[in-house]
Design a protein. Sequence first.
Length: 49
Amino acid sequence: MGTCKCGYSTDAEKNCNGTHNVVKAVKADIIAKLEANGFAEVSDYLKTN
């Protein structure tokens, strides 16, 4: 797959192993839960960072 560009790779040689997909899914879940519980400002921060 090549060298990881996102920085989330768990591969010892820093090759892309799809870890960014897990990070993306977890982040989306956290954002949804924050928005559902009235923390729109925090979720907006996570969306942009």
